[in-house]
Design a protein around this ligand. Structure first.
Ligand code: P1T
Length: 401
């Protein structure tokens, strides 16, 4: 007998990261099982994609937890639960892009508020600060956050936030998150860490004193160059309340399909990042031996000035490597001769990418500021993938001859 349409469960079974069971799980178990199936209605082992924009209510205000998909969506909830568990955070909010997450977060501040930021940040982050948010009355100071005195000196009574990247994009500089958090907190400022380069597998800034973490989920979390996304994590219930309000009010939310792609990608995050970090370490060492290379930037090398801090706060040293050749023509020539590395912006995917920060990802930073931060015209940035490392080394060595 046809009993009519069965109500579809609003969401997967609750597997809250706060529960004792999840707390005891390792990283990869969380990546596979938190926020996700089996679906109670069908047994499907993969989270359904809930494309509905709106949800029927039994009476006005009486519903199963969902009203309208900008405000909340079951597939997005699943992703947020999973990513929260990976950062070991109480809360996560997902966004349409990394910059969507950053914008929403900074809109919690008010005109007159001041932000101190690590001078070597992603070019798009700098552009958001300098070309957009300044017009709304926020003020920003760039600082070398690996120098604690410099952080202390740049804080004013109006400083509400210290914004860090570690490792930084593109120079792989490393900031002592614990130490900077102590300075920031002593002045009543919040600390936000863009953890995109490190990934939650290698580094968990909330355990190092940070109040907020942001990710471009487009990168390692997605991992396959096929989805743009962003996320914010925090342990503070009060910050989560404000962020949730702004997520809904501003509306930079991801599509359910994008959330599903991110859930699929994140399952292999640990496997990918381990291989990428191993490959990057070998590749950085090979580049160091190459006569055409002037300097290599990689936190795992003994020559890195903050290797000890990186070793303390990261599980491995990550998949990003930058290096300098003689000048811009030499950099262009090298990039054009690569066969396995694709010449492309972005990073963190399974396939290896190479790019020229000064002309590509960081072109929005004025030349003088770029040079002050050390991003020269001979700099090449690599996102090391999971290919066989011997092939990657051969590709680079050929391109450098
Ligand atoms: O591209 P989007 O998802 O909006 O994320 C912005 C962003 C934020 N933070 C860091 C550290 C980033 O590297 C990025 C994006 N970066 C690139 C596209 C790039 O090639 O560096």
């Amino acid at each position: 007998m046809n009993k009519g349409p069965r109500p579809h469960p609003a969401a997967s079974p609750p597997t809250s990261p706060a529960s004792g069971e999840v707390k005891s799980w390792g990283f990869s178990t969380r990546a596979l099982h938190v926020g996700q199936g089996p679906d109670p209605a069908t047994g499907a082992v993969v989270q359904p994609i809930h494309m509905a924009t709106t949800f029927a209510q039994q009476g006005v205000g009486k519903h199963k937890g969902f009203e309208y998909s900008r405000t909340g969506n079951p597939t997005r909830n699943a992703l947020e639960e999973c990513l929260a568990a990976l950062e070991d955070a109480r809360h996560c909010l997902a966004f349409a892009s990394g910059l969507g997450a950053e914008t929403t977060l900074l809109l919690m501040l008010s005109p007159g508020d001041h932000v101190v930021y690590m001078e070597d940040v992603y070019g798009g982050t700098f552009r958001l600060f300098d070309k957009v948010l300044k017009r709304y009355g926020l003020t920003f100071s760039a600082v070398d956050a690996s120098d604690l005195d410099a952080v202390e000196k740049s804080v004013t009574p109006q400083t509400k936030m210290v914004w860090l990247e570690s490792p930084t994009n593109p120079l792989l500089r490393v900031v002592d998150i614990d130490a900077v958090s102590e300075v920031a907190h002593s002045h009543g400022a919040l600390v936000c860490v863009d953890n995109t380069f490190a990934t939650p597998y290698l580094q968990q800034p909330l355990h190092l004193g940070a109040d907020l973490v942001v990710h471009s989920s487009t990168k390692y979390i997605g991992g396959h160059s096929d989805v743009v996304g962003g996320s914010i994590m925090t342990n503070s219930d009060e910050l989560e309340k404000q962020l949730r309000f702004h997520q809904n009010a501003v509306g930079a939310v991801p599509s359910p399909f994008d959330c599903w792609l991110l859930l699929r990608g994140v399952k292999t995050l640990a496997l990918r990042v381990e291989r990428q970090s191993e490959n990057a370490m070998e590749l950085a060492s090979a580049l160091q031996r190459n006569k055409a290379v002037k300097r290599v930037f990689y936190p795992g090398l003994d020559s890195h000035p903050n290797r000890a801090v990186a070793a303390r706060q990261m599980r491995m040293f990550g998949g990003m490597v930058s290096f300098e050749v003689a000048d811009e023509p030499a950099a262009f020539r090298t990039l054009e001769r690569l066969k396995i590395f694709a010449l492309a912006e972005s990073l963190g995917a399974v396939e290896s990418l190479a790019e020229h920060p000064a002309r590509m990802t960081h072109a929005s930073i004025p030349a003088a500021e770029r040079e002050r931060a050390g991003v020269g015209n001979g700099l090449i940035r690599l996102s090391v993938g999971v290919e066989d490392v011997a092939d990657l080394i051969a590709d680079l060595e050929y391109a450098l001859t």
